[in-house]
Structure formats: structure tokens, C-alpha cells
Design a protein around this ligand. Structure first.
Ligand SMILES: Cc1cc2nc3c(=O)[nH]c(=O)nc-3n(C[C@H](O)[C@H](O)[C@H](O)COP(=O)(O)OP(=O)(O)OC[C@H]3O[C@@H](n4cnc5c(N)ncnc54)[C@H](O)[C@@H]3O)c2cc1C
Length: 440
């Protein structure tokens, strides 16, 4: 028996989508948003689903882009955010960009005029009653709400900054220069890939880091103390030529089969997921611009042709360690009447936040429904948020590394665009099958 009334806190991308999905399924929704009475440091209006930065929802290529696939899946699920994005799109090549003003106005109008949605402007903390609630308060969740979540889930479970290290597709690493080994041969050797640098290569790398163009912190980001635990590599490099070689690039306990001399430094890449098709550059969080990261990291021997599933960054972001505090249906383990959705649940990006909002709405409407298959973009994102690696968890944009490998026939591995099409074709086929199962 579905719930008759649900509360959604936060009318951003995720909360707007969740409220819409619930109301469209015949459920009454209290949608509670604190703006414009209480503003976040980045929002400037009182409208729903305000885009705080870029007006782009990224690539709309459904065949060869993971986010384009997610667009299509959301469209097929009746997403309000996608209805508004398509209606308010502006020319942007292969990307889906929108007129941000029209986009938010349309979503606000649709939600406020829906007969089953009661819209209320007020701040709210974590509820303690039994009303099924979706908390979608975003990367700039208010202080009191963040305190409530932290008190419930524990100090270690809520983060206030992303310290994002780049992630590389394993099959783009040159294995003639890399080798598998864990430090001092402790644990499974296949957990780590290593790349060695000679003294000359290391010193040039440090000089490149220091000279590379960086992204500045926003005024309001400077106020939150975060640093010593997750210093950007370029800040460590500023402390002295050898700092990185004694820090995240220390060579001790590792033996390169490719170098005759002892390496001056080693970059360690740790398996990011069970499949091992994504590798995380350990300790490489950075404020270098994306262009500079690609250029400088490709000077590391073995990464000359690296393809990055995600580039590094550090910015203000409130999010939980989803795999630790959420069950597989996005409910807080310690308060199952509350689901988290959007960026606070541990995903990254406008479209991904929308996807988590859509799923939180559906799962609240139909608590017993089967979960989306892991082969779909919706399922892959949900699986990352609820079942990613607890020890290394960081929010991620959707990317093909989060999907199970496609079943290919024959010994030759299909590559490039053809391989991406294997993922997207399978995803849309499985999405249709799932839709039949859940009767949508
Ligand atoms: C500065 C910045 C720039 C970003 N730029 C991009 C970008 O260019 N592209 C991209 O894909 N992603 C970007 N992101 C990441 C992220 O995808 C977006 O922030 C996205 O809006 C997240 O959606 P959401 O629904 O989780 O949160 P939001 O869209 O932020 O919605 C959360 C809502 O909850 C409200 N709220 C917060 N606390 C409370 C409370 N206690 N009670 C009631 N209401 C509350 C807020 O006012 C807000 O309306 C950016 C994030 C930040 C912080």
C-alpha cells in the first residue's frame, strides 16, 4: 500500500524531481524549501531547481556518452527536469544547455500548480516523526540540517568538502610501464597499479605542478577549514621539491620491474571498483584546472594516453558516505523513514542529482519495487551511491566505469565508440524491461 503523504525537504534538482514523481503517482507531497527566506551562498533566487553554475546538463549523445544515456533514461521515466530542459534548451552543439531562468521558472510553475503538492517556504531540520521524508538539501545543505545528519550518522559519515583525486580507465594505462604491487607486498597485489618516475622526471613533474594554472576558491569556500588532511598536490609541492616524494608519491616498499635504477617517486593508483576497470590516483586531489590536469598527468610515464573517467578537484560539498549510511533503497539505516536524494546522498552533478531524486521519489511511492538493473545508468548511479567503496568513497558523475562490463563475443575486445554503444544499447533494453516489471 503506497504512502498517502510524503514530505520532501529541498526544492533543488533532486527535490523537485522527487516531488514531481510522487505527485504524478497520486501521492500528496509537502515540498519544503528554505529559499528565498534563507539563502545558500550560491543560489540567487527563490525558484525551484536553480542551476547554481553552468547552464549545461552536459552531453546529450545517447549512444556514446554515459550522461547522454542518463538523459534518455530520465526522459523515458517522465522526468520533470528533463521535460523543462528540453522545453528551455538553447543551442550548444552536442550538449543539452538551457536558458536557466526559463528552466527554473517552468519547474517552479509546474510544482506550485500541481494539485497534490503543497509548497512551503521554511527551513527544516531532520524530522523525527514517522512521515516518509526525502531530504534533498544539496551540496550547500543548511548548517542545522547538516548537524542533524551528522549527529544521527556519526562524525565520520558526513563530509563538507570533496577532495577528489582523478580516476583513470585502467585499459588506457600503458602496462609496459605500470606494474601491479601493493606496498611491502601487503594484501592483494592487484589492488594497486604503480607508475615510477626517475629523479629527472619527478623534478620536471613538480615544476609543472607549480607552474600549472589553478582554479581559485570562492569567497565562501575559504571560510571552511578543511586542509591538512587532504592537501592539494600542488600545495604539497610548494612546501619543497621532495615533499611529494615523501608523501603520496613515496617509492618505499615498491619495486619497479621496468627501471634499473631505484625510482625517485611512484604514483600509486588504487582499484576504484570491484571490476578494477577504474583506477584512482591516490592522494592526487588538486585545484589545477581540468586542462592542466590532463596535460600534466599525461607526462607521468604510463599515463601518456590516459583517459580520465573523472578529473580531480576540491570544493565545498556536503555529502554522506552513502555506502555506509544508506541502504540499497536510499533510506538512512538509522532512520528508515528518511531517504536522502541528490548531491547530499553522495552523487555529483545536476543530472545525477536529478536521477537520485527520481529514484527516491519512486522508491518512496513503491517501497517494494525492484531496483533498476545495474546495467542502466540509473542503476549504475544508485549502485555507486549505496554500494561504492566505503573507505575511498567520493561523489562521482555517471561514467561507463560504473557499469558492469558488456558481454562481448570472441577474444578481441571491442573499443572506442562501438564499445560505448554496447553499454547504451544494453542499458535502454534493460530499462524497458524494468519499466514493464514496475508497471510504469
Ligand atoms: C557552487 C556550485 C557549483 C556547481 N556547479 C555545477 C555545474 O556547473 N554542473 C553540475 O552538473 N553540477 C554542479 N554543482 C553540483 C550539483 O550538481 C548541483 O549543486 C545540484 O544543484 C545538486 O542538486 P541537489 O538537488 O542535490 O541540490 P540543490 O539543487 O542545491 O538543491 C538543494 C535545495 O535545498 C535547499 N535547502 C538546503 N537546506 C535546507 C533546509 N534545511 N531546509 C529547507 N531547504 C533547504 C536549498 O535552498 C536548495 O534549494 C555545483 C555545486 C556547487 C555548490
Amino acid at each position: 500500500m503506497p504512502h498517502q503523504k510524503v514530505r520532501v525537504i529541498g526544492a533543488g534538482l533532486a527535490g523537485s524531481e522527487a516531488a514531481w514523481q510522487l505527485a504524478q503517482k497520486g501521492i500528496t507531497v509537502d515540498l519544503i524549501e528554505m529559499r528565498p527566506d534563507t539563502m545558500t551562498p550560491a543560489h540567487t533566487t527563490g525558484d525551484c531547481a536553480e542551476l547554481v553554475c553552468s547552464n549545461s546538463l552536459r552531453s546529450d549523445d545517447v549512444q556514446t556518452s554515459a550522461v547522454g544515456l542518463l538523459h534518455e533514461e530520465l526522459r523515458r521515466m517522465g522526468s520533470l527536469i528533463m521535460i523543462a530542459a528540453d522545453a528551455c534548451s538553447v543551442p550548444a552543439g552536442g550538449a543539452l544547455a538551457v536558458n536557466r531562468h526559463d528552466f527554473s521558472k517552468m519547474i517552479t510553475q509546474k510544482l506550485k500548480s500541481h494539485p497534490l503538492i503543497r509548497y512551503e517556504v521554511r527551513h527544516m531540520g531532520l524530522p523525527t516523526d514517522d512521515v516518509p521524508t526525502i531530504v534533498a538539501t544539496g551540496p550547500l545543505t543548511s548548517g542545522p540540517m547538516a548537524d542533524d545528519i551528522q549527529t544521527l550518522t556519526g562524525d565520520e559519515s558526513l563530509h563538507f568538502f570533496d577532495a577528489i583525486a582523478p580516476i583513470v580507465y585502467t585499459d588506457s594505462i600503458n602496462m609496459e610501464k605500470a606494474w601491479y604491487q601493493s606496498r611491502y607486498d601487503k594484501g592483494d597485489k592487484y589492488d594497486y597499479l604503480n607508475l615510477a618516475l626517475t629523479k629527472e622526471q619527478y623534478e620536471q613533474f613538480v615544476r609543472d605542478l607549480l607552474a600549472g594554472e589553478k582554479v581559485a576558491f570562492k569567497e565562501w569556500e575559504k571560510e571552511t577549514p578543511y586542509f591538512e588532511g587532504c592537501l592539494p598536490i600542488e600545495v604539497m609541492a610548494e612546501r619543497g621539491m621532495d615533499t611529494l616524494a615523501f608523501g603520496p608519491m613515496k617509492p618505499v616498499g615498491l619495486t619497479s620491474p621496468h627501471l634499473t635504477e631505484r625510482p625517485k617517486a611512484v604514483v600509486q593508483l588504487r582499484k576504484e571498483n570491484k571490476e578494477g576497470n577504474l583506477m584512482n590516483m591516490v592522494g592526487f586531489q588538486t585545484k589545477l584546472t581540468y586542462g592542466e590536469q590532463t596535460r600534466i598527468f599525461r607526462t607521468i610515464p604510463g599515463l601518456e594516453d590516459a583517459i580520465f573517467a573523472r578529473l580531480g578537484g576540491i570544493h565545498r560539498n556536503t555529502f554522506v558516505c552513502g555506502p555506509k549510511v544508506l541502504d540499497e533503497r536510499l533510506c538512512l539505516k538509522k532512520r528508515p523513514s528518511v531517504r536522502l536524494a541528490g548531491q547530499v546522498s553522495g552523487c555529483e552533478g545536476y543530472v545525477e542529482s536529478t536521477a537520485m531524486g527520481l529514484l527516491a521519489g519512486l522508491l518512496t511511492a513503491f517501497p517494494e519495487m525492484p531496483l533498476p538493473p545495474a546495467t542502466t545508468a540509473l542503476g549504475a548511479m544508485l549502485r555507486h551511491v549505496t554500494q561504492g567503496n566505503i573507505d575511498t568513497y567520493q561523489p562521482m558523475n555517471i561514467n561507463f566505469g560504473l557499469f558492469p562490463e558488456p558481454e562481448t563475443e570472441g577474444p578481441r575486445k571491442i573499443k572506442g565508440a562501438d564499445r560505448k554503444k554496447l553499454y547504451t544499447t544494453r542499458a535502454l533494453r534493460d530499462l524497458e524491461e524494468w519499466k514493464k516489471q514496475i508497471n510504469l
